[in-house]
Design a protein around this ligand. Structure first.
Ligand code: HEC
Ligand code: HEC
Length: 196
């Protein structure tokens, strides 16, 4: 029999089980500083600039970590050297949430066609999908790769391979990239760039 008490109980359970995404929250407003970022990272975080990554759809924590690494010098900041020094912790939190809420980039239109079997032969044994997820949308501190610009993916993988960028996760990226040949890197970069 359904008592008043059990009805209240079910109602309470439903209330806590509604996932955050189902609440239709509007995306956070762009922090004022994001205007400066858009010069290189594109409007709405989708880059049209060579070597500048798209930021839209990156996991919140991933973006925050990368900004902290660049501010602290653990990751070479390149052209961002000046701007990243001006970011406060609050700016970094706002930017992480903002880019995570934007729709991710569509498949990169100018990616070279790649044989999926060949790309999987390179990535499978290195378990890329274990950390980056099967759809390469990333999670937590692990970046989104699907739809990313291939020129940037190539640079990132070469930077891990050379040790210029060390990354977190006990150097996982250095370990998986050290045995990659240049042609493997080009192959997987174009494969991932074309992913929806
Ligand atoms: C002058 C161009 C330029 C501007 C302005 C700029 N960036 Fe960047 N940003 C880059 C480039 C180029 C890289 C790639 C660096 C590398 O090769 O490792 C990068 C990398 C990043 C990354 C790492 C992304 C990843 O996938 O690893 C984040 C996060 C980022 N920028 C955020 C920002 C934010 C936030 C701002 C504004 C406060 C900003 N950038 C302003 C050019 C720029
Ligand atoms: C054990 C977990 C793990 C595995 C396996 C792994 N990655 Fe990563 N990957 C990470 C983490 C964590 C980061 C962020 C590194 C950092 O902190 O800078 C990352 C970053 C990257 C980036 C830079 C993304 C960006 O936007 O800057 C690329 C590209 C990448 N991984 C590609 C790959 C590929 C290709 C493979 C397989 C050959 C692979 N990863 C395997 C955990 C992993």
């Amino acid at each position: 029999m359904l008592t008043l008490r059990s009805v209240a109980c079910i109602a309470a359970m439903l209330a806590v089980s509604v996932p955050a995404a189902a609440q239709n929250k509007p995306p956070p407003k762009a922090p004022a500083i994001a205007q400066t970022c858009s010069a290189c990272h594109g409007l709405k975080g989708i880059s049209t600039t060579k070597d500048s990554p798209s930021l839209a759809g990156q996991p919140d924590i991933f973006t925050q970590y990368q900004l902290v690494f660049m501010r602290d010098g653990q990751r070479p900041p390149g052209v961002m050297a000046g701007i990243v020094k001006t970011l406060t912790d609050e700016n970094i939190r706002d930017l992480g949430a903002y880019y995570a809420a934007l729709p991710p980039p569509p498949p990169f239109a100018k990616a070279d066609p790649v044989d999926a079997d060949k790309a999987n032969a390179v990535m499978g044994p290195r378990r890329c999908a274990n950390c980056h997820k099967d759809d390469f949308s990333g999670q937590g501190e692990t970046g989104r790769l699907a739809g990313q610009r291939p020129d940037y993916l190539i640079k990132a993988l070469k930077d891990f391979r050379s040790g210029a960028r060390r990354g977190r996760g006990m150097g996982a990226m250095m370990e998986v990239s050290v045995t990659l040949e240049d042609q493997d890197i080009t192959l997987i970069a174009h494969y991932l760039a074309a992913k929806p």
